[in-house]
Design a binder for this molecule. Structure first.
Ligand code: NAP
Length: 249
């Protein structure tokens, strides 16, 4: 299909990765609905995308940690449109595990936001796409979910839950003409990873967005972003625990 035909919805739309993906899709978007919790940050993101996004842009303000609001939110955002082609779930936080080790309530809050809120939106959006009989749900999980880590206990467990849930969703949705794409980025240079030691494996948001666009258009079930994280994580999964314990992650 050529021309502007894609109707796209992004939850967690002020994410740096999500913004780069929107820019990659700009030429093909007929409409873009951006859901974010912070109005000022969302306005700044829309302004940055400026000239590139020439389609209709709709803004919805919502804090995605409010699970009880998800049903009406998804109804408002997806139900009000005739057709949705792509939903991208991009919200998330990478908290300091030392802080969480000392604050149980916060640890559970962070798990709920990264896991339950993501899963809840994935489930509701997939149901909508299944009823429509068409569309793609792309979910930003992480390589962190491939193995429990002492420096990221909460985050890695949450991403593992998201990946596993969405793998199951993909199998269910496939028969109804819907694709669920589980995206597993490695380290991408964004506000989320600011202040961390940089390594040669770190990628830019532009590189991540190219890989994400490709995974979506190829209807990949699970995509490591960039690709080299697949062999890296295959190796990491085989490390014996006595060695894995000694690594700084
Ligand atoms: N960067 C990486 O290395 C990396 C690697 C693997 C996976 N990921 C995943 O990729 C996704 C995007 O991350 P990013 O790197 O683009 O980070 P980012 O720029 O920090 O974006 C995170 C987004 O989540 C939003 N968010 C957090 N809590 C929210 C809430 N309660 N309600 C609504 N929105 C909320 C943030 O909103 P505010 O702008 O209002 O704070 C922000 O838009 C996340 O799921 C992350 O876990 C990132």
């Amino acid at each position: 299909m050529s021309g502007k035909h894609l109707h796209v919805v992004v939850f967690g739309a002020t994410s740096a990765i999500a913004e780069a993906v929107c820019l990659r899709l700009a030429d093909r978007m007929a409409s873009l609905t951006l859901v974010a919790r912070n109005e000022d940050k969302l306005s700044a993101a829309v302004e940055r995308m400026g000239m590139h996004i020439t389609c209709t842009v709709r803004r919805v303000i919502a804090d995605l940690s409010h699970l009880d609001q998800h049903v009406p939110l998804v109804e408002t955002v997806l139900g009000s449109q005739e057709r949705i082609d792509l939903v991208l779930l991009a919200h998330g936080v990478l908290p300091d595990q030392d802080v969480l080790n000392a604050n149980h309530a916060l640890a559970m809050e962070m798990f709920t936001l990264n896991a339950t809120a993501m899963i809840s939106l994935a489930e509701l959006c997939t149901r909508h796409l299944e009823e429509q009989g068409h569309g793609t749900l792309a979910v930003l999980s992480s390589v962190a979910g491939e193995r429990g880590r002492k420096r990221m206990i909460v985050y890695s467990a949450a991403k593992s839950a998201v990946s596993t849930y969405c793998e199951g969703l993909r199998l269910r949705a496939f028969d109804k003409g819907v694709q669920v794409v589980v995206l597993k980025p490695g380290v991408i240079i964004t506000p989320m990873t600011q202040g961390r030691l940089r390594t040669p494996l770190d990628s830019t948001v532009e590189r991540a967005a190219i890989a994400i666009e490709s995974a979506i258009s190829r209807k990949r079930g699970i995509a490591f972003i960039p690709w080299f994280w697949r062999p890296v994580m295959a190796m990491v999964r085989t490390l014996p625990e006595w060695l894995f314990r000694r690594l700084p992650w």
